[in-house]
Design a protein around this ligand. Structure first.
Ligand code: KG4
Ligand code: ZN
Length: 372
């Protein structure tokens, strides 16, 4: 079975063909995975401009889909079903993919499944590694999300916790702006951090109101089962601390603005130290909560997906901690970490294998819950 996946939730127009293999342990194979990134367009504005994003998706979608078909060596008649991101995301962007996919499904008279973007990120792990030991705890960490899920069975996702405020990737992007490093911030900070000292800048670790502060309260499994998740993350305080420290060091940041308004007195080494220190706090907080949740939920494996899972320190620290604790850690390849359509096709195949089909009148949703 060949599924055409389409993803337009944010600033990437993506299409992919993913096929079933018949092998239960490695159920899917990528035939093609095409991405047209809009990063160059949004970089000029320091972040994503939704109206520009939707317009660019309209320009790119036909070419990207045609390329995905030709790269996979299939024609439209070789497509058995369509899978498209329904949400969450920018609604104007989502609508381009949803409308395109519905039109294709209607004219081909093929089934279509609406896919949750985060289900796609979670299934990107299986696309890369094959089925992983369950139950698994999966951290989805991207520009728009920082959420932990319990995957008790294939294709079931239960929310364990999420960020109270900013997503980790959003914090990377904001701190990169403050340091004058451009957009998207994650890859640049990751690179510069290599030359910095991670204890050079004293940044606060996120604090919570639980009695034991930075540890998860006991009884997580019961909470997850009754839909009352608790394992929260928080990154907005960290950004505020960076603003304050930079201002103290004489970086000209005007009140209410999050970009420097003049020349920065920071040396290249200072910037590298900031990057390394910021990265350490973010990664420690992600790794700590994920492993704590895995311990409490008796997980047999840990997955990390989403744009920030491309982070070199997160990959290294999580793998090292997994080795110490004896729990395998699975992270997708870099090409499957950031937004792509192969992961959407994979999550679509997961639903199709259960007999799920979406009616042609489904809509795009800016916010959408994944937990069942
Ligand atoms: O999954 P994704 O492509 O889009 C969303 O669904 O948001 O994630 C994009 C986010 C951006 O915030 C970007 O700065 C971050 O992923 N990112 C990274 C790295 N590569 C991308 N963050 C930290 N380190 C990286 N190497
Ligand atoms: Zn994403």
């Amino acid at each position: 079975m060949n599924v055409l996946g389409i993803e337009t939730s944010c600033d990437e127009t993506a299409a992919a063909v993913v096929s079933t293999t018949g092998d239960e342990a490695r159920p899917w194979r990528i035939g093609s995975n095409v991405i047209a990134s809009q990063a160059g367009i949004h970089r000029e504005w320091g972040g994503i401009v939704p109206e520009l994003a939707s317009r660019q998706h309209v320009r790119d979608i036909c070419g990207v889909v045609e390329r995905a078909l030709s790269d996979a060596g299939v024609t439209w008649s070789g497509i058995d079903a369509l899978a498209v991101t329904q949400g969450p995301g920018l609604v104007g962007s989502l609508l381009v993919g949803v409308s395109f996919a519905k039109a294709a499904a209607a004219s081909l008279e093929k089934p279509i499944v609406a896919v949750h973007h985060l289900a796609g990120h979670i299934e990107s792990i299986v696309l890369e590694h094959g089925e992983i030991p369950l139950p698994a705890v999966v951290l989805v960490v991207s520009g728009g999300h920082t959420s932990l899920y319990l995957v008790p069975d294939r294709g079931r996702y239960m929310l364990v916790g999420r960020t109270r405020d900013d997503a980790a990737g959003e914090a990377y992007d904001k701190v990169a702006r403050l340091l004058g490093l451009g957009y998207p911030g994650g890859p640049v900070i990751d690179r510069l951090a290599r030359d910095g000292r991670d204890d050079a800048v004293d940044l606060p670790r996120p604090r919570f109101t639980h009695p034991d502060r930075n540890r998860l309260p006991p009884g997580l499994a019961a909470r997850v089962a009754r839909g009352a998740p608790i394992a929260e993350f928080s990154f907005s305080g960290l950004k505020t601390a960076v603003v304050r420290i930079l201002a103290d060091r004489g970086v000209p940041i005007a009140a209410g603005f999050d970009v420097p308004t003049g020349a920065s007195p920071l040396s290249q080494q200072d910037v590298a130290d900031f990057c390394a220190s910021f990265q350490r706090v973010v990664v420690e907080s992600l790794v700590e909560r994920t492993f704590e949740a895995a311990r409490q939920l008796d997980a047999k494996s840990i997955g990390i997906a989403g744009g920030v899972s491309a982070n070199s320190r997160l990959r290294r620290d999580a793998a090292a901690r997994g080795a110490v604790e004896g729990i395998p850690v699975f992270v997708p390849a870099l090409s499957l970490s950031t937004d792509n359509a192969a992961m959407i096709a994979a999550a679509g195949l997961r639903k199709l294998s259960r007999g799920d089909r979406s009616p042609l009148d489904f809509n795009a949703h800016a916010t959408l819950s994944l937990a069942d």
